[in-house]
Write a protein that binds this ligand. Structure first.
Ligand code: JFZ
Length: 417
């Protein structure tokens, strides 16, 4: 069955997104102007002509880039796959491509970044995936998006598609070993026939390579949520939420609005509880260094995952409960019949947690660390209300997220309001 190829993705839960390209060099600043978010869009947003922007290639020489550092950190942070921007909207290839000179091979650095990351992932056992901007390309005369240097009236999108996008996608899927997923983006109004041709090319090269939802028209293998967004309801089919730690995907010299470890974990448990994966982004600087604050935040979240991973990996979509829980989120393991309560807002004395609407009988409640907890499950027939009360220890065990494991007597079911 073709659905099997999604298994690694379903189990992964947490991935590392890396936006890195020429835009890391200006880092959001150009000629005294500053871009507060989305620094990878600097060429377009600050209307930089291609002849000026492409000079950045002459400066590309990341002296601190170490693919093994990225890959080992991703593992330490608890992530199971890595998605790297092989080519973003600016059109610059971070890999060795035969169809264009606009690539990392024509920089002082001169070495294939995708190759090094692919090899490091293979050696370290992390699933390697590539991001490829299939529609927007601000370098090719016929790519979408560059209306400053090129006249849209004279553009022939299919020429760009057959000359650059399609052959580059084939290169990526042919020359770098197993690719777990290809991450397309901003399909806009790309003709559906070309989207189909692109998907067919991917499948012909690597039938098991997943295609994300942003190829458009539902041609992907799973759905991509809107950027930095968490759906309200649980979904049974696999999906992914791309998010960034601050307010930009590419490196920014000034943006230090980093999420705290506890907010990262809140997003992770929310997304995972609803059946999705969190794809969390870092933007390395011109040297290839990951911003220090990103590293700190992800290391702390990683330490939490090392202790509490059971409540994340291997879980299934948690059912929707009839009420929002003021204390936090829930995740669920359908194999072990365990419901995990992620307590972010620790209740004040008498340290009692309430969960409404759980129908399944509970057989045991304990902290993930093993400590048994006193609980009480009741049904009020007059109100048709099911309640579970759990008494937590007086001292909060983990301020970021204390996990309570609730063992159930059977498959979970919840009340609907
Ligand atoms: C796109 C890119 O333009 C951006 O630079 C970055 O790579 C990001 C991951 O993806 O931006 C989007 C795409 C989709 C939405 C928002 C921003 N969306 O659906 O809300």
């Amino acid at each position: 069955m073709p659905t099997d190829k999604l298994k690694w993705f379903r189990d992964a839960k947490y991935g590392l997104f890396i936006h890195w390209g020429l835009y890391a060099i200006p880092g959001g600043e150009w000629d005294g102007k500053f871009l507060p978010r989305g620094t990878e869009w600097i060429m377009k947003r600050l209307a930089i002509p291609l002849r000026d922007y492409r000079l950045l290639a002459e400066q590309f020489c990341p002296d601190a880039f170490d693919p093994y550092f990225y890959v080992r950190r991703a593992k330490q942070w608890g992530m199971k796959y890595l998605v790297f921007t092989a080519k973003h909207h600016d059109g610059f290839a971070m890999f060795d491509t035969k169809v264009s000179d606009y690539s990392v091979m024509h920089t002082p650095y001169g070495r294939d970044i995708v190759r090094q990351l692919a090899d490091a992932c293979a050696a370290e056992g992390l699933t390697f995936c590539v991001y490829y901007s299939q529609m927007q390309d601000w370098e090719h005369p016929d790519g979408n998006g560059n209306t400053l240097d090129y006249d849209p009236e004279k553009q022939d999108f299919s020429r760009y598609f057959y000359e650059k996008a399609l052959p580059q996608v084939r290169e990526l899927l042919t020359n770098y070993g197993r690719i777990g997923m290809i991450w397309f983006d901003t399909p806009y109004d790309m003709p559906i026939a070309l989207c189909r041709e692109l998907a067919d090319a991917v499948r012909a090269c690597q039938p098991d390579c997943l295609i994300n939802g942003r190829i458009g028209y539902g041609l992907g293998d799973f759905r991509e949520a809107a950027d930095n967004s968490v759906p309200l309801l649980s979904r049974p089919d696999p999906w992914e939420s791309p998010m960034t730690l601050n307010r930009t995907w590419g490196y920014s010299r000034r943006d230090d609005n980093f999420k705290s470890p506890s907010v990262v974990l809140e997003n992770l448990t929310r997304v995972v509880g609803k059946g999705g994966n969190l794809l969390l982004n870092v933007g390395p600087d011109r040297h290839g260094r990951i911003p220090e604050r990103s590293d700190e935040v992800l290391c702390e979240a990683g330490r939490w995952l090392e202790k509490n991973g059971e409540s994340i990996y291997g879980t299934s979509p948690a059912p929707d409960f009839p009420y929002l829980n003021p204390w936090g989120e829930t995740t669920y393991n359908a194999q072990t019949l365990t419901l995990y309560l992620h307590v972010k807002q620790y209740p004040p004395a008498p340290y009692r947690l309430r969960l409404l609407g759980l129908e399944t009988p509970v057989t045991d409640v304990r902290l993930l660390t093993g400590e048994p907890l006193v609980y009480q499950q009741s049904y009020d027939p007059a109100r048709d209300e099911r309640r579970l009360y759990v008494t937590l220890p007086e001292k909060c065990p983990d301020a970021d997220d204390t996990v309570v494991a609730v063992s159930l007597a059977g498959e979970i079911s919840t009340q609907k309001l």
